[in-house]
Design a protein around this ligand. Structure first.
Ligand SMILES: N[C@@H](CCC(=O)N[C@@H](CS)C(=O)NCC(=O)O)C(=O)O
Length: 213
């Protein structure tokens, strides 16, 4: 199994957490999102993902893109340590939190969106940060409210699910951009609990071979 990713990419981070939780061995191949104008936009990477985004997972001669699709695939093929709950109600609730973070928040704070804001639309660095903070608060407010209903030690009771896998990188990003996280006590308690897991620690951006100081 080969994972093409970038240390600070939240979508790559999700897949690393999922692979580690399932105790799957993989080879990590870094794709530098800034070097050479962005290696994700160049061959040979674009042959792996025409959307020019990381991650890509190669397995059994197939290449897979979209981190949520990859996680669903891993859950079907390696059902030990299930990340999608078996109960349909729980599964829908776990996916709802995951989508709040991975479909509503992450895409509009992604590198190319921020580059477009500052480049083509001429926003200042301050404007860019205001954008990031605004959308993080919007998403975290909804997730905090959902967690009042679902959380135990983790997002969905005491089992790690796809919701947690998506939560971890977005909190990491929020901290990186100095977002005030005090309005989200349940979300932060869950995040701190997740950090106790070895699988999560191993997936941290700073623990990756392409991490830069
Ligand atoms: N929905 C995609 C998002 C992938 C994505 O946005 N990847 C980012 C890093 S987290 C990327 O490759 N950005 C490169 C760019 O913006 O040029 C997934 O979940 O895999």
């Amino acid at each position: 199994m080969i994972l093409h990713g970038y240390w600070r990419s939240s979508a790559s981070y999700r897949v690393r957490v999922a692979l580690n939780l399932k105790e799957l061995e993989y080879e990590y191949r870094p794709v530098h999102l800034l070097k050479d104008g962005g290696q994700q936009k160049l061959e040979p990477y674009t042959a792996l993902n025409p959307a020019q985004l990381v991650p890509t997972l190669e397995h059994n001669g197939h290449k897979f893109n979209q981190s949520l699709a990859i996680i669903e695939y891993l859950d079907s093929v390696f059902p030990e340590t299930k990340l999608i709950p078996a109960d349909p109600v729980e599964a829908a609730k776990a996916r709802t939190i995951a989508f709040d973070l991975a479909c509503e928040l992450q895409p509009i704070t992604n590198l190319r969106v921020l580059q477009y804001l500052v480049g083509e639309l001429g926003q200042s660095e301050e404007g860019k940060l205001a954008w990031i903070h605004h959308w993080i608060h919007k998403a975290f407010t909804s997730v905090e409210a959902r967690l009042q209903d679902t959380a135990g030690y983790f997002c969905m009771g005491d089992e790690v699910t796809i919701a947690d896998v998506c939560l971890i990188p977005q909190v990491y990003n929020a901290q990186r951009f100095n977002v005030d996280l005090t309005p989200y006590p349940v979300l932060m308690t869950v995040y701190d609990n997740l950090q106790q897991l070895e699988a999560v620690q191993k997936a941290r951006p700073e623990a990756q071979p392409d991490a830069q100081a």
